[in-house]
Design a protein around this ligand. Sequence first.
Ligand code: RFL
Ligand code: PHB
Length: 390
Amino acid sequence: MRTQVAIIGAGPSGLLLGQLLHQAGIDSVILERKSRDYVLARIRAGVLEQGTVGLLDKVGASGRLHAEGLPHDGFELLFGERRHRIALSELTGGRHVTVYGQTEVTRDLMDQRAAQGGKTVFEADDVTLHGFDGTSPYVTYLDGGVPRRLDCDVIAGCDGYHGVARASIPASALRVFERVYPFGWLGILADVPPVSDELIYARSQRGFALCSMRSPTRSRYYVQCGTDERVDAWSDQRFWDELRRRLDPETAEGLTTGPSIEKSIAPLRSFVAEPMRFGRLFLAGDAAHIVPPTGAKGLNLAASDVHYLFEALRELFLDHSEAGIDAYSQTALARVWKAERFSWWLTSLMHLFPEQSPFEQRMQQAELDYLVSSEHAMAALAENYVGLPY
Ligand code: RFL
Ligand code: PHB
């Protein structure tokens, strides 16, 4: 089989890239290790920047998003038992974010690709990348146990943090930057109405908590937990009790609880691999970088990478110019590092760190007090939260 772009991974990065390429008349094949149902069962991000929505508009995959997504003009920071609203729209000249699950974005893109006859190989085993240091790369894999070869001009590594693409680049050609946080997030999804119309990011003496949602009838909540915690040690009751203790009395009182339909623990990490290109292999999204979820940036960064990569590939295939692919890594990384900084900062501000000294705790408190008393500081938070331009 032959294609122009071999895309590894059918997460949001790979699927969005595939649709942008299709629209420009550039052929792609997506190789995905898991089944379609497995990919669609993963519960992840929930907050989309306007730039991400704009890209979904551009490929015509945003019909359901506009019908069912929830535009949010603000969110709340809770600390010292008080809630402080960050008025996103007022602070950013009218910008907002949209609450719409990553699962739904993925489903919409998959459905669109299938309807347009785009080729996706699910359950592709043993995906191996070859020849990407030259101009004739190819990918081998097993399809139902049968060996296959996919020849291409370019490989897009959209296969997430644990994927094969980044791991195929010689270690000596990559520089890696990393911080692993000494805690994780325990998240649950439940068919109960959200406690508030807007997201609440809470810092308490017992650790961080987040009240989020997927729809007016489906809530997503998180509590900071230890890195060695096990999901099965957390009954629903234990989760709800712990969440309540991390909220102010009024919010805790208003919380509707119910059986969880999903419960999982995610470790928190900041990670960047530079550069995002090696020869004819390009990395995008979680394959190249990870942010802790506190700033809701992971999926949105994947989307901005894909925007830059698509523009570069369009130039390569349609204008026969390599200028775009030569600039890709530097252009994408400039935005990546700003989102890394923001996510690290908000994570550091809102979480309880083990062995945090009383001085460090006071610094967090002072910074939060300053933040909500200064229009300028809130505007900087809001500007980053709604997403930096690209
Ligand atoms: P993905 O989604 O990991 O998709 C990669 C795909 O590649 C496949 N794959 C392979 N395929 C073939 N061969 C191989 N060897 C392969 N290895 C892997 C995988 O099966 C998968 O289908 O990466 P992508 O597309 O770059 O997308 C990144 C986002 O998924 C991620 O950044 C976000 O989910 C992060 N994130 C959030 N981002 C936001 O923008 N806003 C949020 O509110 C937000 N909340 C979150 C989050 C991530 C979380 N977790 C669980 C890490 C909340 C959580 C709890
Ligand atoms: C979510 O709804 O899953 C979510 C929302 C905001 C975040 C992280 C996750 O910062």
